[in-house]
Write a protein that binds this ligand. Structure first.
Ligand SMILES: Nc1ncnc2c1ncn2[C@@H]1O[C@H](COP(=O)(O)OP(=O)(O)OP(=O)(O)O)[C@@H](O)[C@H]1O
Length: 279
């Protein structure tokens, strides 16, 4: 089966400084791939290169392919469609990515309205998406502003925007780092359920090996802008092959099997939303 996203020999340079060195990865439909590494190892640069949202001055070489199409050769309109409906991204800090002076409803319905949906229909779908991610009283929430939401609630809003976009791939860049451990487990549970319902692939960026092995089926370890190894989660657990990966694994607080490691969350899509679930 051909991958939905493939990077080959991907390099990113800022002037004479190389940030990514020949990064190669393959993400298949339905797969959950974790890219694990310490701060500054190049994880976020990889996702930004995949989406072509790199900071000014960055020069990309190599290949990024989405379903066989060359992303680096896409024209602006094609790139907009790729970012808008093929691949979605959620970040560590949703506050930084939601306009504070626009309502949650305006944020969620913008793309639907641009696609031709009437206002009432767009609001109905946005409210349904908020309900899907466990937010109570979704119609009322459409008229609220981001500052009225907690970090966990805003991350659910971001995931609701993914529900509406129905992409083939979600890039989740440290999506739970800013959240408490229970909310972290709830957000990961929502993402898992979304993936199971839609077959969406996920690239999870994290410094947390524990979270990576508990939620993903494939593990890539990154250091200094290079991928050191990629293995299935089970093979990685049994035998991390690179010395750096072995250090990472040894530094983990727990060696229990994955089912025991995250707080148990029994949340499923469409569950009745409760205020208690809105941390
Ligand atoms: N605008 C920029 N110009 C030049 N170098 C940059 C720029 N932004 C980031 N870098 C460098 O790129 C490297 C990789 O950064 P990146 O943000 O991808 O790391 P990361 O693994 O995602 O870490 P973190 O989890 O802290 O974000 C770092 O050495 C960083 O200093």
């Amino acid at each position: 089966m051909s991958p939905v996203i493939e990077c080959a020999d991907l390099c990113v340079d800022f002037g004479a400084t190389r940030i990514l060195h020949d990064v190669s990865l393959r993400l298949h439909h339905g797969q959950a791939l974790a890219m694990v590494g310490e701060s500054g190892s190049g994880k976020s640069m990889t996702t930004k290169a995949i989406l072509q949202i790199l900071p000014k001055g960055a020069k990309t070489s190599g290949f990024v392919r989405f379903e066989g199409r060359e992303v680096l050769a896409m024209r602006p309109a094609e790139l907009r469609a790729y970012r808008g409906s093929d691949v979605s991204i959620i970040f560590q800090d949703p506050k930084a990515h939601i306009n504070p002076v626009r309502t949650i409803g305006e944020f969620l319905t913008e793309t639907l309205r641009d696609g031709g949906a009437r206002r009432a229909e767009a609001r109905r779908r946005a409210a349904a998406a908020l309900g899907d991610v466990g937010l109570a009283a979704p119609e009322e929430k459409l008229d609220q502003y981001p500052h009225e939401f907690s970090g966990g609630m805003l991350q659910r809003v971001m995931i609701a925007s993914v529900v509406l976009a129905q992409p083939k791939v979600i890039l989740a860049d440290e999506p739970t780092t800013a959240l408490d451990v229970t909310t972290q487990a709830e957000v990961m549970s929502i993402l898992k359920d979304l993936r199971e319902r839609t077959g969406m692939a996920m690239l999870l960026i994290t410094h947390d090996l524990e979270l990576a092995t508990a939620t993903c089926d494939t593990i890539s370890v990154m250091n200094s802008g290079r991928i050191l190894e990629t293995q299935s989660e089970a093979a990685f657990e049994a035998n991390p092959s690179h010395p750096y990966s072995r250090q990472l694994a040894a530094a983990r607080p727990s060696v229990d099997r994955r089912a025991d490691r995250l707080p148990t969350v029994t949340w499923r899509f469409g569950d009745e939303a409760t205020e208690g679930a809105e941390a």
